[in-house]
Design a protein around this ligand. Sequence first.
Ligand SMILES: Cc1cc2nc3c(=O)[nH]c(=O)nc-3n(C[C@H](O)[C@H](O)[C@H](O)COP(=O)(O)OP(=O)(O)OC[C@H]3O[C@@H](n4cnc5c(N)ncnc54)[C@H](O)[C@@H]3O)c2cc1C
Length: 391
Amino acid sequence: MENFDADVIIVGGGLVGSALALALKQTSLTVMLIEGSPPAWDWPLESWDQRIYAISRASRQLLQRICAWQQMDATRLQATSAMKIFGDANAASLQFNALEAGVDELAFMLENRELQKALWAGLADCSHIQMITPATPSLLHVDERAATLSLSDGRQLRARLVVGADGAHSWVRSQLGIVPQVTPYEQFGVVANFTIEKSHLGVAHQWFMPDGILAWLPLAGHRMSMVWSCNDAKRAELMALSPEALCQYVAAAGGALLGALQLITPAAAFPLRLNQLPHTVSDKVVLIGDAAHTVHPLAGQGVNLGFGDVAELAALLVQTPVNQIGDYLLLRRYERARSEAVYTMQSVCHGLQKLFNNTNPLLKTLRNLGLGATNQLPWLKRQLIRHAMDA
Ligand SMILES: Cc1cc2nc3c(=O)[nH]c(=O)nc-3n(C[C@H](O)[C@H](O)[C@H](O)COP(=O)(O)OP(=O)(O)OC[C@H]3O[C@@H](n4cnc5c(N)ncnc54)[C@H](O)[C@@H]3O)c2cc1C
């Protein structure tokens, strides 16, 4: 009889890795979660996390099934009822409305750390899930019997399946020798949160501008979160502004739609790149979340794609006899099931980014005509909304 330390070892306890561990809590599989830096749990109640996510309907349903959604403070969640998108010429605009699409909301806005806390809380006091943190792996060895993970502290852990959920610079991926095709956008996502003078009414705004894409996302209460995808020069300019000057600059960029702004979390900048992988599985190892794919944040879909991976992989593992969960052919089934959703989302976001990050005057006319024309087609808008909600 084979000896395993766990059926599944997950490397990376970010949102995606911890969601998979929690999804597996409802099974009889034994799980180890290896995380390099344990999250901090204590923060002043009045503070807001820098990282804000738009969570799709499909992701919310997953989080409800694994009982993480119910653990979050409902007063810090914000439903998005509509989204207004503005082009960069001729007052072109496109609006998506939950009511018109026959749904309650387009997405929920929430803080990374609140969701992370809810996921980790769900993993505590579970006899068949072991959290190993802080810990970092140093070697991954796979043979026909097991995947063996050596940790830097000398421990060796044998499992039937190793899951790499260790983010865009995945260590697990590098151990497999998988080299992603990286397309740098030469852009940064500059994020900051503000209090606002006028109510946002649950509406998100996005402006495609000649020098970037600005998004204002509604946060609970009189607050909003900004994501400005911009080039390095604009990033440097934004990051150098004093809090007061940043508020005035951002308010002016959005036509003062929400009145005066006050900064509640300082600006931070994240480099943006598209990572596409030739494959995401090998014998006894699978990659999920940002380890398997990254996407431009203009549609706010990165973590939603990762939660889609979790839903698919957990469903497959539940149906599979435990001695087969690392089988290459089974993992290929998972890979095939996810490839279309990942490819579509990467292509759409990449295409939009390229279309608007372009000074060709003909393209400028066409893209703005396209926005306006789409706005006149309710059936197309309904399709787009449903795709974004269920991706
Ligand atoms: C500006 C910006 C805005 C975004 N907005 C949105 C949005 O609105 N909606 C959305 O869906 N997505 C958004 N995204 C994307 C989203 O942030 C990512 O898709 C998501 O965080 C990926 O989660 P993950 O768990 O796969 O990876 P990560 O969040 O990177 O987590 C990886 C975890 O693995 C751990 N780890 C790494 N290496 C090791 C190792 N060797 N050993 C042990 N542990 C390790 C890390 O400490 C971390 O906890 C945005 C991204 C950016 C840059």
